[in-house]
Design a protein around this ligand. Structure first.
Ligand code: ADP
Ligand code: MG
Length: 500
């Protein structure tokens, strides 16, 4: 491995800006770190370069632990965000700067400079001043400068900055070609999804300082594991789908389970009628918006407005608002021209189920006042919004009483009020097969620290999956709490969440 990060954490004022990031980049790989602004990309890149100290974890470059090694000794080339060349130095002097600092011989410096200028396609421009170059050319010089001392690793932080689209694309090509030519391990940081797809052999998606997923662009696009990656890597319709789950034990009766499914706009099919679809029927809807964008047509379909005899697939329901975004190619438009307001049947070529244990939230309470209080909890409202999921309520007077026969069982996460009566409510819901149950104190606010505990190994997997899912949506720190009997042979083991 070229670059190995092991549980790297960096805090500013007690907030983890980079949170427990582990990553391995192989030799010659072009790795792209993608994430929204403020997600910790630059901080992580600076930690690799040695420009920022880490609070926890280890940085290894080519098998050497460099966590405590200074930036200059890490053999890393770096191009900063909003990078500026030395304005008073010529292109040649800029490129030679690092070599001069290292006291390389003049002849060697000139040879290297010429070689690099050829590589970036600016041969012969040695004597120009930065002001005499275009923005794109300046950035190329910046790349050449970062490569001058033959670093083993190249780190690029949003090197395309404020350049316009056409120049960005040119520069993208140059950087990709240079990287291939030199076969240098590279990490590029960007917030631009298209750029990430165009450049990366592999991508890593960051949010809230966490590295959520890594993988090849196409794999992440078609089979993301998280809502965030699903929606950040392009337009995605998130749907709730009911699946029958077989009951395994008397305390876990058969019930429907709800899963989160992703439908990419280009994987939806539109037809005049259900019978005309060649794909799996999703439902009927009306064309609410229609936008021509050149190569593609973008449509927004309002689902389920027809009702009546034309029933919607009962196993799939769109999350509110009940719209499906669809894109169609020119041939698709020609074969079935559409107008605003038109009724259409929607089919799905490909639906991907996210492996998240958290689907929608159903507030369960004995009275409507209690239900309202829970459903209006600001943190819950915020969480549901971040998860782009449904938040609904169910009033059941006999929620905690053993005598009342079970009513309609929530298929997603059941939310009950903490406090008096909570254990009875939870027991009843669990007995009806409801999983998971969230107990929410009335005054609950966004957690800063999350304590993870499971009583036995049986609960380990489910607990960890649940915690991981929840933590993707809150910028909180996780602490694992294990309780071991005093006579346990494992007593001395310091089992932390990191080991988990
Ligand atoms: P990105 O590059 O993904 O936009 P950054 O790594 O620059 O994100 O920043 C992540 C978070 O850390 C931001 O909220 C930013 O305000 C904060 N941050 C970065 N550097 C510092 C610093 N030196 N002191 C305090 N906070 C910082
Ligand atoms: Mg940044």
């Amino acid at each position: 491995m070229s670059i190995t990060l092991d549980q790297v954490t960096k805090q500013y004022q007690g907030n983890p800006v980079v949170n427990d990031v582990s990553l391995a980049v192989s030799e010659g790989e072009f790795f792209v770190l993608l994430g929204p602004s403020g997600s910790g990309k630059s901080t992580l890149l600076r930690a690799i370069a040695g420009l920022t100290e880490v609070d926890h974890g280890r940085v290894t470059l080519f098998g050497r632990d460099v966590t405590q090694v200074s930036a200059r000794e890490r053999e890393v080339g770096f191009v900063f965000q909003n990078y500026a060349l030395f304005r008073h130095m010529t292109v040649g002097e800029n490129i030679e700067f690092a070599l001069r600092v290292r006291r390389d011989k003049p002849a060697e410096r000139v040879r290297r400079r010429k070689e690099l200028l050829e590589l970036i396609g600016l041969g012969g421009m040695d004597d120009r001043l930065p002001a005499q170059l275009s923005g794109g050319q300046q950035q190329r010089v910046a790349v050449a400068r970062a490569l001058a001392h033959k670093p083993k690793v190249l780190l690029l932080d949003e090197p395309f900055g404020a350049l316009d689209a056409k120049i960005r694309e040119e520069l993208r090509r140059t950087i990709r070609a240079v990287q291939r030519e030199l076969c240098i391990t590279t990490i590029l940081v960007t917030h631009d999804q298209e750029e990430a797809f165009a450049l990366g052999d592999r991508l890593g998606i960051m949010n809230f300082g966490r590295l959520l997923e890594t993988g090849r662009p196409n794999d992440l696009y078609t089979r993301p594991a998280t809502r965030f990656v699903a929606t950040f890597l392009g337009a995605a319709n998130l749907l709730l789908r009911r699946e029958a789950r077989p009951g395994s034990a008397p305390d876990n009766p058969r019930r429907d389970q709800e899963v989160v499914a992703m439908l990419r706009p280009e994987e939806a099919e539109l037809a005049p009628d259900r019978d005309a679809l060649v794909t799996t029927f999703l439902g009927y809807g009306h064309v609410e918006e229609l936008q021509f964008t050149g190569a593609l047509e973008r449509l927004r379909i309002r689902m389920g407005t027809d009702g009546g005899a034309r029933n919607t697939d009962p196993t799939l329901s769109a999350m509110p608002p009940v719209w499906i975004d669809v894109t169609r190619t020119q041939p698709e438009q020609r074969s079935f021209p559409l107008a605003q307001g038109q009724l259409v049947a929607v089919g799905t070529r490909r639906i991907h189920v996210l492996p998240t244990p958290l689907s929608s939230f159903t507030v369960c309470a004995e009275s409507s006042e209690n239900a309202v209080r829970l459903i209006e909890n600001p943190w819950l409202v915020d969480l549901a919004a971040r998860m782009q999921t449904r938040l609904s309520a169910q009033v059941e007077p006999g929620l905690s009483s053993a005598e009342v026969p079970p009513g309609d069982t929530p298929a997603g996460v059941a939310v009950v009020a903490a406090g008096p009566g909570c254990p009875a409510r939870v027991r009843r819901l669990l007995a009806r097969g409801v999983r998971p149950v969230l107990c929410l104190p009335e005054e609950a606010t966004a957690p800063v620290r999350v304590v993870v505990h499971f009583a036995g190994q049986v609960a380990r997997r489910a607990t960890l999956a649940m915690t991981a899912s929840l933590l993707r949506h809150v910028p909180a720190e996780a602490v694992f709490l294990g309780i071991l009997p005093s006579n346990s042979p494992e007593r001395t083991r310091t089992a932390g969440v990191r080991q988990l």
